[in-house]
Design a protein around this ligand. Structure first.
Ligand code: FAD
Length: 485
């Protein structure tokens, strides 16, 4: 049967975009349905990844300027730099990225329909346009990738003026003197350190007893020290009772209690509150039931390793299918969905992917932490390099942090890399390549790397680790010799 398109994609975020690009490279006819009136690119370009990181880069530059050249007038960054300039910087990047996506889709002959998409049946998508009309498209395949949305708090309102979410924080007109961040997601720490860099006094409040439990324990300890040095207070294990604007004191009061110990009501006065607590998949209105698409108990669309749902013609990818809910993984998932739809099955998303936390300083990790390896009974050794011992870090005034290697004591096989420090999210890829090729830490010792670079941390950490394993000279020589043979 002839249908309008080979694939109709609902959502133009990284999952939809990469599926569209890969499908068009396979000479398939592609339509993307996007509900945003003006922009393509979803949370990735417009409200999440790109704008938050653009703001962070601007804040980091300001922090570096202050750190390096001193604060002669004893002024806080927010007294020297206007939020409007930072937002303008973010906006220009956002517009640039939007143009790139649009041009790529045009170049690759991908059609775009603007409006809210929903399933009519397993091969048909209805689009309610912004003009109130309904268009219908049939397709051999459908990709669902509508992303997710923040979960609204139940005991206070997000008014997008004093109390903000990840979208309205991008419209702040000034750098606040005080900010309370509610939540313990990675984004909560990213925004907390971004605003702290601008001189804002930040408090993080969250319900869990612990946060970022996926981090290696030493990296976490460094993070805690770093937050303390930046005067960022973290209150774990608290429940938020009320968030209310007090017109008499012209500030917002956040009332909370500790979930353990002294449960007295406590109050923090703040200029703004940023709520970043949980997200839910955008399945509402997709009419999944019309095609019989299954979801799990948290409403995530259930897919197999090829990103196919329980309905043969319908695939799903990105935040809509749950963990890890990252733009990085969504790109790969969307592309793999296209490969599987059009009979060119390719590898699955590798089990081990790097995670990046764009706090200031940055954190990134891949593979086993020291504590995970020990829990699994693996005999491991760690090697550390502190940024303060790396020439490039001195030159760039980025001497905070460390790179830690976790490797098998017997085989020296690299099992994990954990970095806190400048460019961590970039640096991790060298470790990722060695882990993916099942290599060992000798790689970092025996290969010549550019100098001075932050990558030197790998060499120093490898020496540090190997020295620990092979304390005596003869054994040490043996291990380096084995690789050379
Ligand atoms: C503040 C913040 C910072 C982040 N930082 C990072 C980071 O540094 N690195 C990283 O890897 N990830 C980051 N993420 C996560 C990343 O943005 C998401 O994982 C990624 O965008 C998910 O891609 P997606 O394609 O699933 O959905 P999205 O990017 O959310 O796109 C979904 C699209 O579908 C559209 N849509 C929804 N419903 C319909 C419908 N019914 N019809 C038509 N269109 C519809 C939406 O308008 C949207 O354009 C961040 C997220 C946030 C919120």
């Amino acid at each position: 049967m002839s249908r309008d398109y080979d694939v109709v994609i609902i959502g133009s975020g990284p999952a939809g975009f990469s599926c569209a690009m890969q499908s068009s490279k396979f000479d398939q006819n592609v339509l993307i349905v996007e509900s945003h009136k003006d922009y393509l690119g979803g949370t990735w370009i417009n409200t999440g990844t790109v704008p938050s990181k653009a703001l962070r880069e601007a804040a980091k530059t300001i922090l570096e300027f202050n750190d390096q050249f001193g604060d002669h007038e004893n002024k806080k960054p927010y007294e020297r730099f206007r939020m409007a300039d930072l937002l303008q910087y973010k906006q220009e990047i956002l517009e640039k990225e939007n143009r790139k996506v649009k041009n790529d889709l045009i170049k690759n002959k991908v059609d775009v329909a603007r409006g809210v998409g929903r399933l009519k049946d397993s091969h048909t998508v209805e689009v309610e346009t912004h003009f109130g009309t309904t268009e219908t498209y049939t397709a051999n395949y459908i990709l669902l990738c509508t992303g997710n949305s923040p979960i609204e708090p139940t005991n206070f309102d997000i008014d997008h003026n004093k109390v903000l979410d990840y979208k309205s924080i991008l419209d702040l007109t000034h750098v606040p003197r005080r900010l309370v961040v509610i939540g313990s997601s990675v984004n909560a720490f990213e925004y907390a350190t971004t605003f702290a860099a601008l001189g804002t006094r930040v408090t993080i409040l969250h319900e869990q007893q612990n946060y970022m439990t996926f981090l290696d324990h030493e990296i976490k300890e460094h993070l805690e020290r770093s937050l303390k040095n930046k005067d960022i207070t973290v209150r774990s294990g608290v429940s938020i009772e009320e968030v209310e604007f007090n017109p008499l004191r012209n500030n917002t009061e956040v009332k909370f209690r500790s979930l353990t110990g002294d449960k007295r009501l406590q109050v923090i006065e703040t200029e703004h509150v940023l709520h970043l607590n949980g997200k839910r998949p955008n399945v509402e209105g997709l009419n999944l039931d019309k095609a019989g698409v299954e979801t799990d108990e948290n409403d995530f669309v259930v897919v197999d390793e090829t990103y196919k749902t329980n309905v043969d013609s319908i695939y799903a990818a990105g935040d809509l299918v749950g963990f890890p809910r990252l733009a990085s993984a969504s790109f790969t998932q969307g592309r793999l969905a296209a490969c599987n739809m059009f009979g060119i099955p390719t590898l699955e998303v590798p089990e081990q992917i790097p995670y990046g936390v764009y706090s200031i300083p940055e954190i990134s990790n891949i593979g086993l932490t020291e504590q995970e390896a020990k829990e699994q009974g693996i005999d491991i050794t760690v090697g550390r390099a502190y940024f303060k011992n790396i020439a490039k870090a001195d030159m760039t005034n980025h001497d905070e942090g460390l790179l830690k290697l976790v490797f098998s004591t017997d085989s020296l096989k690299l099992l994990g890399v954990h970095i806190l420090g400048d460019e961590a999210a970039n640096l991790i890829h060298l470790g990722q390549a060695v882990i993916a090729s099942e290599g060992d830490v000798r790689y970092f010792i025996q290969h010549v790397m550019n100098y001075p670079t932050l990558s030197e941390a790998y060499r120093i950490a490898a020496f540090n680790g190997v020295n620990r394993v092979y304390q005596t000279g003869s054994k040490y020589k043996k291990i380096l010799g084995e690789q050379a043979e």
